[in-house]
Design a protein around this ligand. Structure first.
Ligand SMILES: Nc1ncnc2c1ncn2[C@@H]1O[C@H](COP(=O)(O)OP(=O)(O)OP(=O)(O)O)[C@@H](O)[C@H]1O
Length: 593
């Protein structure tokens, strides 16, 4: 409950902060609801005046009716426009906050866990969804003002009209079912909605285009998109049908009773015990009274929906804060490494997995060394890299940087002293200069540094193939943009990893998978030079690769198998040992012969 109020307060305070003027103008709509509710009263006075032939009363009631209708329209128009504008601004401000929070979370779990993604999906699914919560709150306030006003008008005419209000109670009680149907529908839709977005991406992206055509997958994908879209929409449709049935049943109950009550009042009016004014007001408020239970029911549902959406936003905010809290290390990394990086009994299990991906790894990467990490697919190499980058925390054990637990370092500061190129590199569609330069934001405009990084990443020959050199827009979906080949894109990504001039840890996670042999050879010579240069500041270079030919020069070769270190040593020693490494090495060497 406290969270609900926290959520409502968040939406209202954000609205007032976003635009105090629009927030104030939105209230004019609420005032217009008072006038709407008063209309039957004016009609009743007018009718009674007509019967009594009292032209003064008729004139006053007529003017009040016309004047209030005109004022109502003006207030309604001002209020609605202000509300819509405010809703857009608030929605946009929340969308920006969601993107910021998602990006700011220093770990990756929220982007890899299905249950987290489903929660995020509901927020992402509907742009401006949190803006619509403001809309719902204003509507609720307006509706409640209208409901209270119409009740007062009804009671002023005849207390029996309260019976009609009482008939709304079953509908209110049934609101709980409606809410449950709504929540269930929303949760059931989240995963199929994500699936259909993924499938639509596949059918429309150029990247997957070749495979979908060669394998003749278009029809199959379309079939799956249709199935996912149906699975996504069906729960919502089901909930709507259930709600419509409920509304119809309660409306029949209400109007049946209303006819009987009005007949009773008409009988009394003919007998003279009820005034004409009261009878006219009673006829005038019946429609409004029918809406009261609906309005209150909607208000309850709307507030529940609002708090549900907001609770997801609050979850994201709290998750970001708790992840930041769990990484509350303050230490600045040293300027140079003295002893190096040590993994001590490190194990790691992904959330939801039934076994560890890394098991009890103990490993020393001395300052100034080049360490090669080899192993078959799924051996745990990339997981180890993510642990070193602080993207995950070990489930057991510690990672020590110069003898101090990585958890004690300020994570952002540690990452600013790392650099690297990754297997799943990001294909930024920016200007070529920026694609490389963002590897060190402070030097984004430093062309000489960018050219040096291109050289270090063996990508200097990519430039001549770009029509505007470093100023070329990448990505054919942008005006004048060009696409790069896989190898060219990878080399720009490697160059990006070369922008930082003084990293303490340089990670090269299978950076050369798309490169030809000559480029790869070239690149490794430059890595070796960079590593030699890095020795002075004790930097560790970690090279993850499947190609054994490139690891021979490493100071230490670590062989991972099913998450465990099975061998570690220098290349010649491991070869001489004739174990796991030697077997893999010889297998690959035979393949090249
Ligand atoms: N996000 C994840 N959630 C659950 N399990 C994962 C996740 N990422 C990887 N794994 C599992 O962890 C194990 C190690 O994977 P990892 O990607 O570290 O291997 P790798 O040695 O880098 O493989 P490759 O050479 O194919 O890149 C695998 O069994 C994999 O299925």
């Amino acid at each position: 409950m406290r969270d609900n109020w926290r959520g409502i307060w968040l939406v209202l305070s954000t609205s007032v902060r976003t635009s105090p003027r629009l927030a104030l103008l939105s209230l004019t709509e609420t005032m217009s609801k008072l006038l709407t509710a008063a209309a039957p009263l004016f009609i009743g006075i007018f009718a009674a005046g007509a019967i009594d032939r009292d032209s003064r009363r008729m004139l006053i009631a007529g003017l009040a009716l016309v004047g209030s209708t005109a004022l109502n329209n003006v207030l309604q128009t001002i209020g609605t426009n202000a509300r819509v504008a405010l809703m857009e601004q608030v929605g946009f401000s929340f969308d920006v906050k969601i993107a910021e929070l998602t990006a700011r979370i220093p770990t990756l779990e929220h982007l890899e866990r299905a249950d987290y993604l489903d929660r995020l999906q509901i927020l992402r699914d509907r742009d401006g969804i949190l803006g619509s919560t403001l809309n719902a709150l204003i509507n609720t306030a307006n509706s409640l003002v209208y409901a209270v006003s119409i009740l007062l008008v009804a009671v002023s005419a005849d207390w029996r009209l309260l019976i009609l209000v009482a008939l709304g109670v079953p509908r209110l009680l049934a609101t709980r079912w409606s809410m449950r149907w709504g929540t269930v529908a929303e949760e059931q839709s989240a995963a199929p909605s994500r699936l259909s977005a993924h499938l639509i991406d596949l059918t429309t992206s150029a990247g997957a285009g070749a495979e979908t055509r060669v394998f003749g997958l278009q029809r199959e994908l379309q079939r799956r998109v249709r199935a996912a879209a149906t699975a996504w929409q069906a729960p919502g449709v089901r909930a709507s049908v259930q709600n419509a049935g409920l509304a119809a049943a309660t409306a029949i109950l209400f109007f049946g009773s209303a006819i009987a009550l009005l007949a009773w009042m008409t009988h009394d009016a003919l007998a003279g015990s009820v005034s004409v004014q009261s009878l006219v007001v009673a006829f005038g408020v019946v429609g409004g009274l029918e809406r009261v239970s609906g309005i209150v029911s909607f208000a309850v549902q709307d507030v529940a929906r609002v708090t549900r959406y907001i609770s997801r936003f609050l979850w994201l905010r709290d998750h970001a804060a708790s992840v930041a809290g769990a990484h509350d290390g303050q230490l600045e990394p040293p300027d140079r490494l003295e002893s190096g990086i040590r993994l001590e009994g490190v194990s790691f299990r992904y959330a939801g997995a039934d076994k560890d991906s890394i098991t009890d790894v103990t490993l020393d990467a001395p300052a100034g060394s080049v360490v090669a990490l080899v192993g078959e697919n799924g051996a745990g190499k990339s997981t180890l890299v993510k642990l070193l980058a602080g993207l995950y925390q070990p489930t057991r054990g510690r990672i020590l940087i110069d003898g101090i637990d990585l958890a004690e370092y300020d994570l952002t500061a540690w990452r600013s002293r790392m650099s690297g190129a990754f297997q799943d590199y990001a294909a930024f569609e920016f200007i070529a200069r920026e694609v490389v330069g963002i590897g060190e934001l402070e030097r984004l405009g430093d062309e000489a540094r960018i050219r040096q990084a291109l050289y270090d990443g063996a990508a200097e020959d990519v430039l001549p193939s770009l029509p505007d050199g470093l100023s070329t827009q990448l990505g054919t979906t942008w005006a004048g943009g060009v696409d790069l080949s896989g190898g060219q894109g990878q080399r720009l990504a490697i160059s990006r990893g070369m922008m930082r001039s003084r990293p303490l840890l340089l990670i090269l996670d299978e950076p050369t998978s798309a490169l030809d042999a000559a480029t790869e050879h070239n690149l490794f010579e430059r890595y070796a030079a960079a590593a030699r240069e890095a020795v002075g500041r004790g930097a560790v270079t970690l090279l993850v690769t499947h190609r054994f030919s490139t690891v021979a020069a490493a100071d230490l070769v670590v062989v991972l198998d099913q998450g465990r270190v099975v061998e570690a040593g220098r290349h010649p020693d491991l070869l001489a040992k004739g174990g796991h490494y030697a077997a893999l090495y010889n297998l690959q060497a035979r393949g090249y012969r």
